[in-house]
Design a protein around this ligand. Structure first.
Ligand code: NAD
Length: 469
């Protein structure tokens, strides 16, 4: 038998046995995940360093802490999330028990990318376990050290009947997608998302897509430009720009750009010294293929490189780079950059900036930097994006109380905190009826009469405030 199918069948039997249903089981598995994170901190830091030269600080912040925070949140709230939600009743159902109950979907598949290779597998897994599912996770082969660590640790800590890791690249993932799952949660590129959706359509499997896109950062009106520069540089060059929510490009007026550039130079020096290649705080590009893609974009741009531009192929290094005089049809504006290259485009008014942004697909995140609340409000109301953050970058995705996800081409669905639990739950409408009010209920039965209809219509009229149907 196909080994992938064998794994999924094993999980399906476990799911059917009902073992994942009790809250105690779910909570114990989440606690096991917490132990996995605590016991193996050094190995995790090491694996991420091997894969991306990810600084320990960034691994602790964006992989370990974000996961343990999500686990704490889920462990504390799972009981209340699982409670039935009582629904309003009407005249005919007054004595009935009407509720929305969350039930697990079944055996779900989570496919992860390489840029936050642990966070983006385990965070959705927390929601899936909390919701009572059995779970297959498929780490990215592009981050091999994390891939093999995950495959080693998950079976050590979690129930092997209910949770499994299946490894492989594009071919293995395509084969995996032929198997029927009850939900597919995919994080990665838009191109591969199309393959995932096509495969899911065969079994009509629902999907959550966590994709990317070009996240703009608009800077308009009066603004604390010194702090803006620090926050922009941090959010852009964290993980060497390989964040789905990194500001992809800046749009501002020529005057703002001119004020910003010397500050960006200074902040880069403060953060990474005058020799960023030697800084332990700057990650590397994940693979030679991705390095070549980014250098290709830099080679094709018709803009002017004003900061950085240096690179080293062997070290998979690209300096934090800023490019100005970038046109809307430039190579840097045709695809998500996903690396340490920051184009700055100019548009003289916030309205023109908004128009520029709105000519593109809806992004995963949109940022505005301004001291003027009217500017922030205008941008928030006249643009659409998965998430929105004023006067900072990335930070909005760290709160488990905010749903994280895209809109349109940047993704379908959302997760984090309760939203992760919801993503992996079915909301079942339940009506538990007794035998009361049968005379009133009898109005709907044949033989149909005008009199019965008049009464029924009266119950639904706004004046009656006691709708029956
Ligand atoms: P990717 O699409 O190349 O790979 C993601 C996963 O898909 C991997 O596990 C890989 O093995 C698998 N895969 C690759 N090719 C496949 C194929 N042909 N068929 C089936 N499966 C295949 O994505 P990536 O390069 O790992 O990630 C980068 C993209 O992900 C960027 O666009 C980024 O914005 C996006 N991203 C989004 C989020 C988010 O939360 N929305 C987070 C991180 C990354």
């Amino acid at each position: 038998m196909d080994p992938q199918k064998e794994v999924v069948d094993r999980l399906r039997s476990a799911f059917r046995s009902g073992v994942t249903l009790p809250v105690e089981f779910r909570r114990s598995q989440l606690k096991q995940l917490m132990s996995m994170m605590r016991d193996n901190e050094e190995q995790i830091i090491d694996a991420l360093h091997q894969d991306l030269a990810k600084p320990k600080f960034e691994t602790i912040l964006a992989e370990i802490e974000i996961i343990t925070n999500e686990l704490h949140h889920a462990i504390s709230n799972i009981s209340s999330w699982m409670q039935p939600e009582y629904a309003a009743t009407n005249l005919a159902t007054k004595f009935d028990d009407c509720s929305i109950r969350r039930e697990p979907l079944g055996v779900v598949l989570i496919i992860g990318p390489w840029n936050y290779p642990l966070q983006l597998l385990i965070l959705p897994m927390v929601g899936a376990i909390a919701a009572g599912n059995c779970v297959v996770i498929k780490p990215s082969e592009v981050s091999p050290a994390t891939d093999s660590l995950v495959a080693e640790l998950i079976p050590k800590y979690l129930s092997q009947d209910c949770y499994a890791v299946i490894r492989g690249g594009a071919e293995e993932t395509k084969a995996l997608l032929e198997i029927r799952f009850d939900h597919i949660f995919y994080t990665g590129s838009q191109a591969v998302a199309r393959t995932v959706v096509q495969a899911a359509s065969v079994h009509l499997t629902p999907v959550t897509l966590e994709l990317g896109g070009k996240c703009p950062c608009l800077i308009y009106g009066h603004v604390n430009i010194a702090i803006a520069a620090r926050r922009l540089v941090w959010s852009k060059f964290f993980n060497a720009g390989q964040s789905c929510v990194a500001p992809d490009y800046v749009v501002c007026s020529t005057a703002t750009r001119d004020a910003l550039l010397p500050l960006i130079r200074q902040v880069l020096e403060d953060f990474y010294s005058t020799e960023p290649q030697k800084s332990p705080d700057l990650a590397r590009i994940v693979s030679p293929r991705h390095w070549t893609r980014l250098m290709g974009l830099l080679g094709k741009t018709r803009g002017k490189v004003v900061v950085g531009g240096e690179s080293n192929q062997e070290d998979k290094y690209i300096a934090p780079t800023v490019v100005v005089d970038v046109a809307e049809d430039d190579a840097l504006m045709k695809e998500e950059i996903f690396g340490p290259l920051l184009p700055i485009l100019t548009a003289e008014s916030v309205e023109k900036g908004i128009e520029l942004v709105n000519r593109k697909e809806k992004p995963l995140a949109l940022y505005v930097f301004s001291d003027e609340s009217s500017v922030v409000k205008t941008v928030m109301e006249k643009t659409s994006s998965g998430g929105f953050c004023a006067n900072d970058g990335i930070i909005h995705m760290t709160l488990p109380s905010l749903p994280f996800g895209g809109v349109g081409a940047s993704g379908w669905g959302s997760y984090h905190g309760r939203w992760g639990f919801e993503a992996f739950s079915h909301r079942k409408s339940c009506m538990l009826r007794g035998w009361a009010l049968e005379r009133l209920n009898g109005l709907r039965y044949p033989p149909y009469t005008e009199n019965k209809l008049t009464w029924l219509r009266w119950t639904t009229s706004p004046n009656a405030s006691c709708s029956m149907m």
